[in-house]
Design a protein around this ligand. Structure first.
Ligand code: GDP
Ligand code: MG
Length: 164
């Protein structure tokens, strides 16, 4: 079976946009369950000679108290358990938040390689400055990307497939 790459991060950082970019617009396979509004979706992706599945999750929230919180967290955990690697998506326009730090602390304890994608970095020059703020998360090199424009995703995928 194909290696699975879990996409983790707070709501609205652009996880779904990045997933669609990495998967090149291939249709998501949605595992629908009655009453479940935020299930995981799996999208096949290809890079170099590698094929893998990208799993989008509803979002990992530690601070925010919503009625979906336990379910969202459960989905992120479930996605990570079966994953060969994870991409932690953060928002380059907001900089690191307390929620990012909590997720990073948790991810550093997980037995999978984690790539740090700093999304919303449309401008290459600004992107370097925006992404450099995220070294503090202790997850190695921050990769500036723009899910909307597509820049940086080639470098991110190069780094990713080295772990698959
Ligand atoms: P998710 O909740 O993490 O899945 O985030 P979404 O993919 O739904 O995106 C949340 C918001 O961020 C939307 O308004 C997107 O248009 C916006 N967004 C996503 N990717 C980018 C990006 O690369 N650049 C900018 N400027 N906005 C983005
Ligand atoms: Mg989403």
């Amino acid at each position: 079976s194909l290696p699975i790459v879990a996409i983790i991060g707070r709501p609205n950082v652009g996880k779904s946009t990045v997933v669609n970019r990495l998967a090149g617009g291939r249709e998501a396979i949605v595992f629908d369950q009655p009453g479940v509004t935020r299930d995981r979706t799996y999208q096949p992706a290809f890079w170099q000679d590698r094929e893998f599945m990208v799993v989008d999750t509803g979002g990992l929230v530690f601070d925010d108290d919503t009625e979906f919180l336990p379910y969202i967290r459960e989905q992120a955990l479930a996605a990570l358990v079966e994953a060969a690697a994870a991409i932690f998506v953060v928002d380059g326009q907001t900089g690191p938040t307390e929620g990012d730090r909590e997720i990073a602390t948790w991810l550093r304890q997980q037995p999978v390689p984690v790539l740090l994608a700093v999304n919303k970095c449309e401008s290459p020059d600004q992107g370097l400055v925006q992404s450099a703020q995220f070294w503090e998360l202790g997850l190695g090199e921050p990769h500036p990307v723009s899910g909307i424009h597509g820049n940086g995703t080639g470098e991110l995928l190069d780094a990713l497939v080295a772990h698959l």
